[in-house]
Design a protein around this ligand. Structure first.
Ligand SMILES: [Zn+2]
Length: 306
C-alpha cells in the first residue's frame, strides 16, 4: 500500500539512526524517531519540505533538545515533528502547509550529538506528546518520493522578486495597517513579520501573485515590516518597509474614541444623556442628517467628547 506522506527531503537520504535504537541519551531510553541526512553527503543548504497536507500546531516549544522544530498536524490526524533545523521555520503555528512546501533548512540546532541531520517523529495522535503513540516514520513516509510534489519552476532562470506596499506608512496605534505583496512568479507562500515580534503572518490571496494581510494594529514606534516570498523550489525573496506608528494621544484624546452600538428603542437624546454629550454633537459626528436623524439597531456611533 502506498505510504501517505512524501519525503521531507527533495533528494535521496541515508538513515543514520534507526527508530527505537536504545541509548541513555534519550529520555525515553530509545530513539523516538528516525534521523536522516542526504545520501549525497551534503549538510548545508538542504531544504526540508512538508511531508503532508496539514497545519503547523507547535513550533520550538517541545523541548530545547529539539532545537528549531515544528510539529505538523496532518489532515489525516497524525503529527509529524521535524527537529534540529538550522533556523526557526518561517511559518508560525496555524500556518497551513501542503506536501512539498519548504518549511526550513536541515541543521544542527538543539542536542544533536552529531552532524546536521533531520530528526523526524511520527505519532498516531492529533497532539504531540513526547514518546506517546509513536509510529515508525519510514512505515508511513515514502523517503523515495523526493520530487513529485516539488516541481522545479517552469522558468527557473526567472529570479523571484517581491514588491511590497502598505495602505499607510504612518498613523497611530489605533489605526489598522494593511500590507500587500506582489510576486513575479507563483509563490508557495508569502509571510510578513513585524520587527520585534516573532509572530509570522501568512499572507493570503486567491491570486497567487497578489497577496494581502489586512487590519493589524501596531505598537507605537518605528516598525520594520519584512515580507518574504517563497516559491515552490524553496527560493526566497524579501523586502522591508518602515511604518511610523505614533501614540494616539498626540492626535486624539481617548475620550473621543468611545463608540456605542445602537440597540432597538434607542434615541439620540437618550444616548447623549447616557454619555453626557449633546445629542446634536453625536448626530454631526456621525453624519446623521436632519430632519429625521435616523439611527438603527446595530449602528456603531462614535461618541464625541462632552
Ligand atoms: Zn534523532
Amino acid at each position: 500500500m502506498a505510504k501517505p506522506y512524501r519525503s521531507p527531503f527533495t533528494k535521496g537520504v541515508t538513515l543514520t539512526c534507526a527508530f527505537k535504537k536504545t541509548g541513555t541519551q534519550w529520555a525515553a531510553g530509545y530513539h523516538p524517531g528516525e534521523d536522516y541526512v542526504p545520501a549525497d553527503g551534503s549538510s548545508s543548504n538542504v531544504t526540508l519540505v512538508s511531508p503532508a497536507q496539514g497545519t503547523i500546531v507547535r513550533k520550538n516549544d517541545c523541548g530545547a533538545a529539539y532545537g528549531n522544530h515544528i510539529v505538523i498536524k496532518t489532515t489525516d490526524n497524525r503529527v509529524i515533528l521535524m527537529a534540529h533545523m538550522q533556523n526557526s521555520s518561517p511559518f508560525g503555528v496555524g500556518a497551513t502547509v501542503k506536501p512539498g512546501d519548504p518549511v526550513g533548512m536541515m541543521g544542527n540546532s538543539g542536542a544533536t550529538y552529531s552532524a546536521p541531520h533531520l530528526h523526524i517523529e511520527l505519532e498516531n495522535s492529533t497532539v504531540w506528546n513526547y514518546n506517546k503513540n509513536l509510529l515508525q516514520p519510514s512505515d508511513y513516509i515514502d523517503f523515495a518520493n523526493v520530487s513529485s510534489s516539488t516541481p522545479t519552476p517552469s522558468t527557473p532562470s526567472t529570479t523571484l522578486t517581491v514588491s511590497v506596499s502598505a495602505s499607510k506608512t504612518s498613523g497611530t496605534t489605533n489605526d489598522k495597517f494593511n500590507f500587500f505583496a506582489t510576486t513575479n512568479v507563483t509563490a508557495s507562500k508569502v509571510t510578513l513579520q513585524f520587527n520585534g515580534n516573532s509572530t509570522v503572518y501568512q499572507m493570503s490571496s486567491s491570486d497567487k501573485k497578489n497577496w494581502s494581510l489586512n487590519g493589524n494594529t501596531l505598537n507605537a514606534g518605528n516598525r520594520t515590516i519584512t515580507i518574504t516570498a517563497y516559491d515552490v523550489s524553496g527560493r526566497t525573496a524579501a523586502k522591508t518597509l518602515s511604518v511610523a506608528v505614533g501614540n494616539p494621544g498626540t492626535q486624539q484624546q481617548p475620550s473621543t474614541q468611545r463608540t456605542y452600538v445602537v440597540v432597538k428603542g434607542d434615541t439620540l437624546s437618550a444616548i447623549g444623556a447616557k454619555f453626557g454629550v449633546k445629542w446634536q454633537n453625536i448626530a454631526s459626528t456621525n453624519n446623521i442628517a436632519a430632519p429625521n436623524y435616523v439611527i438603527f439597531p446595530g449602528q456603531k456611533l462614535v461618541i464625541p467628547a462632552a
